[in-house]
Design a protein around this ligand. Structure first.
Ligand SMILES: [Zn+2]
Length: 310
């Protein structure tokens, strides 16, 4: 059972589930597809950030089209995890408490809205699964190149499965996410192999970016023996993933674009005041590729500017 919803072998359930969290009632679509044959349980979330539309549309399409006849085991899909953020089109944070849902996992039952939502998703979905995939993309104000993230847990067995999931997904660029609070970090540290996929951005969803997510999830389903054939796995090199942040409220003038290769110490952008005075010269902390880049002129102290890996 996930969120109190029971699904029999050979059955598919798609419905809204209702939760009251920190005094707010929220309804979320869920798809649970259970094959007749036994197999693993895969949990998939999207819309942890509510404006990452390529990943949300991909999760909805997977939910609508996957057929229990084709599956061994069970896939549970939560395509719009952060419904208030989706409805209000908020970037990074939810409208109820101003918190980033993907910084508060594994959550708190009696916490703020985002903390209580993370708690429900972690305990009712992720913890009950054998494998977990979280689908993201650039936020409304971010361009990015498709990449994957996994969080090393220190347990070699779990970590090698997380890496194999990433090798199966079909995107070559893989970086490490080493800070707690993320859903995939909480999953791998709870013994559930997990990965995050990033594709799409800037509020735009194209067939190409939607299909990167759909194809990737299906390939991972092949790897874990849920459907189809085992995909080819390409050995990958995992890179660190440092981010640059703004030190001021101001305007952001990047000097690079996503996909650019940069070297350590290279100037990659400026944060300026309204009169053009540079407040911060942003220097790359490493050699690597610009994986995501904030494209809004408005920038606030503490906002990310870009992430560099690969
Ligand atoms: Zn995201």
């Amino acid at each position: 059972m996930n969120f109190g919803v029971k699904v029999e072998a050979g059955e598919k359930v798609q419905r809204m589930i209702e939760m009251t969290l920190a005094g707010e009632t929220v309804s979320l679509p869920i798809f649970i597809i259970r094959g007749r044959k036994d197999g693993p349980t895969l949990a998939v979330t999207a819309g942890v950030h509510g404006t990452e539309y390529a990943s949300i549309e991909a999760a909805l399409r997977l939910g609508r089209t996957l057929n229990p006849e084709d599956i061994s085991g069970k896939i549970v899909i939560l395509p719009i995890t952060n419904m208030p953020s989706f409805r209000k089109r908020t970037i990074y944070v939810g409208p109820h408490d101003g918190k980033n849902l993907n910084r508060v996992f594994p959550g708190k039952a009696d916490g703020t809205f985002s903390e209580a939502l993370a708690y429900q998703v972690f305990n009712e979905l992720i913890r009950k699964a054998d494998f977990y995939i979280d689908l993201h993309g650039g936020d409304m104000n971010e361009a990015l190149v498709p990449c994957l993230i996994y969080a090393p847990s220190g347990n070699e067995e779990i970590d090698s499965v997380s890496v194999s999931m990433a090798e199966s997904f079909g995107i070559d660029l893989v970086v490490k996410g080493e800070k707690p609070g993320k859903s995939y970090y909480s999953a791998s540290h709870a013994g559930i192999p997990a990965m995050l996929a990033e594709a799409g951005g800037q509020g735009i969803w194209t067939e190409e970016t939607v299909n990167i997510h759909i194809r990737g999830v299906k390939r991972v389903m092949g790897y874990i023996g849920m459907m189809g054939e085992k995909p080819d796995r390409r050995p990958i090199k995992v890179f660190p993933f440092p981010w640059l942040f703004s030190e001021h409220d101001g305007l952001f003038y990047p000097q690079v674009t996503v996909g650019d290769k940069v070297s350590k110490g290279q100037k990659v952008g400026s944060v300026c005041d309204f009169f053009g005075t540079e407040l911060q010269a942003a220097l790359s902390p490493t050699n690597g590729t610009i994986l995501f880049l904030v494209t809004s002129l408005a920038i606030n102290k503490g906002d990310p500017l870009m992430g560099i890996g690969g």
